[in-house]
Design a protein around this ligand. Structure first.
Ligand SMILES: Cc1cc2nc3c(=O)[nH]c(=O)nc-3n(C[C@H](O)[C@H](O)[C@H](O)COP(=O)(O)O)c2cc1C
Length: 356
């Protein structure tokens, strides 16, 4: 009952307000939300209320040696600097992927850099890894008492790593390793982001040879640091890869003994935009949400069908049915970003109920 109120309340009342707030600038609203959530995590009464209104029964699942309390997580990019790391549990998420952070702090692209495609249920973004750097995230998590496996955030936390923009692609391995060394003590898993369309050259790291070198370096470092129990490393892929390219990725991932894949990131395609959102086709960046649903499902299905590695499905999960269909084609877990913006926290509970 309370959940239905939260669901319809969000879609009918809060979302229209949020979409108009701050002069209609999605990024300012996003910053306010992260600030509010970081405060919420400090207020016992607010925490309890949030927990109560988003509560749903979910079944725990073990993936890559990590115990997840349910199957729905927060996708990377929402909480780049981990400011709300302690809050996501109260909205019903079973895990959250912080970041993407880079070894050097960087401002990202010029604003505006997020655009809503409301008729299409989509977003176009070209944030460009704006973040305060891996060291700032590591410090924030340390101060919050979050260390790998200690459950201090209530749910497992992954940390997504990307390449610093000013670092040449040829020097990417050292750059990722620098971030890895800083954040690994605080991460239940590491996600290697080589699939954002907004850092020039980044996606070339998905090519077989380059990817094998990068993933090999990271998994080797993970074993050097904790031979008995290395931190699981996942690699996140783009939906725009061909099946041949996905085969290459799978080869590199298997050779490097990564723990799993995340499919997919945002797409460069502009298919699926409603006529009233067509003007966004000319904005540079990655498209997410409803226009990505079908392609993400196809890629998740392909990847899951061609490897024994676990797959985290991400892309266009706007309803509980979308989540179920990613799980049906082989995903072990799902993540949401754009669906959370359009449907609010009630989406998490309805997925939990659908897939339990
Ligand atoms: C504004 C925005 C920022 C994002 N930033 C990141 C990021 O930093 N790292 C990353 O791996 N993915 C990032 N993503 C991609 C999401 O994690 C997700 O994979 C993608 O949006 C598809 O899921 P969705 O359709 O549920 O949004 C971002 C997406 C959006 C909309």
């Amino acid at each position: 009952m309370l959940r239905t109120i939260v669901g319809t309340g969000y879609e009918r009342a809060l979302r229209p307000l949020l979409f108009k707030a701050r002069g209609g600038d999605p990024e300012s609203v996003h910053e306010d939300m992260i600030r509010a959530l970081s405060v919420l995590a400090q207020l016992p009464g607010a925490r309890d209320l949030a927990r109560l209104s988003t509560r749903s029964a979910s079944s725990p699942v073990e993936v890559a040696g990590i115990r997840f309390p349910g199957r729905v997580g927060l996708a990377a990019g929402m909480d780049k600097d981990g400011r709300a790391a302690l809050a996501w549990q109260y909205l019903g998420f079973a895990f959250a992927e912080l970041g993407t952070v880079t070894a050097q702090a960087q401002p990202g692209n010029e604003r505006p850099r997020i655009f809503r495609a409301p008729e299409s249920g989509g977003l176009v973004n070209r944030m460009g890894f704006n973040n305060h750097g891996a060291l700032a995230l590591a410090n924030r998590l340390a101060v919050a008492g979050v260390f790998r496996g200690n459950g201090a955030a209530g749910i497992p936390l992954g940390v997504s790593l990307g390449k610093t923009k000013v670092v040449e692609v040829e020097d990417a391995v050292a750059d990722y390793l620098a971030s890895f060394d800083l954040v690994h003590p605080h991460a239940d898993y590491i996600a290697v982001n080589v699939s954002s369309p907004n850092t020039p050259g980044l996606r070339s790291l998905q090519d077989g040879g380059a990817l094998a070198e990068l993933l090999g370096a990271l998994t080797t470092r993970a074993r050097q640091l904790r031979a008995a129990d290395p931190v699981p490393v996942f690699v996140k892929v783009a939906p725009d890869l061909t099946f041949d390219q996905l085969d290459e990725v799978l080869g590199a991932a298997t050779d490097a003994s990564v723990s799993g894949l995340i499919a997919t990131n945002t797409t460069l395609s502009r298919e699926g935009l409603a006529p009233s959102d067509r003007h966004l086709a000319d904005e540079a960046g990655g498209l997410s949400g409803r226009p990505l649903t079908a392609r993400a499902r196809e890629v998740v299905g392909y990847v899951a069908g061609h490897t024994d590695l676990p797959v985290i499905g991400s892309g266009g999960v706007m309803t509980a049915d979308d989540a179920k269909s990613l799980l049906d084609v082989g995903a072990s877990l799902v993540q949401i970003y754009t669906g959370f913006i359009y449907a609010g926290p009630a989406l998490i509970a309805s997925i939990n109920e659908e897939v339990r």
